[in-house]
Design a protein around this ligand. Structure first.
Ligand SMILES: [Zn+2]
Length: 114
């Protein structure tokens, strides 16, 4: 059975830990993100790197985006739209008046028993 170090060339404690020579930290910039729970996250990325569009919020795990007013995953700002709201999107008030007048005329005609 051969004796000696199994791991050749590994000498414990022989070389001191190299100081961080020539490892000047790369320039970095801060990028802020907001999640839909109004958490603000600031991360540091390399100055020349493009900021990722989404970052996971470390507080709640929700995706966070760079736009504070419009974080990703937010439920629509318009929570509920009534049927009337949809109709108003499709028709102008003038069209609405015309349709109403038409409907009233038809109703009056029916009521009048023509
Ligand atoms: Zn969050």
């Amino acid at each position: 059975m051969p004796s000696g170090n199994v791991i050749r060339g590994a000498r414990v404690g022989s070389t001191p830990q190299r100081p961080a020579e020539r490892s000047v930290p790369a320039p970095r910039r801060a990028v802020a993100y907001w999640c839909r729970n109004d958490h603000r996250i600031e991360i540091l990325i390399a100055a020349e790197a493009e900021a990722p569009p989404v970052w996971d919020c470390p507080h709640c795990g929700q995706p966070a985006g760079p736009d504070a007013q419009n974080p990703p995953g937010r439920v629509r700002t318009e929570p509920y739209k009534s049927h009337l709201a949809y109709v108003k999107e499709r028709r102008t008030p003038e069209q609405g008046e015309a349709i109403l007048a038409e409907a009233l005329a038809a109703l009056r005609q029916r009521r009048g028993g023509a």
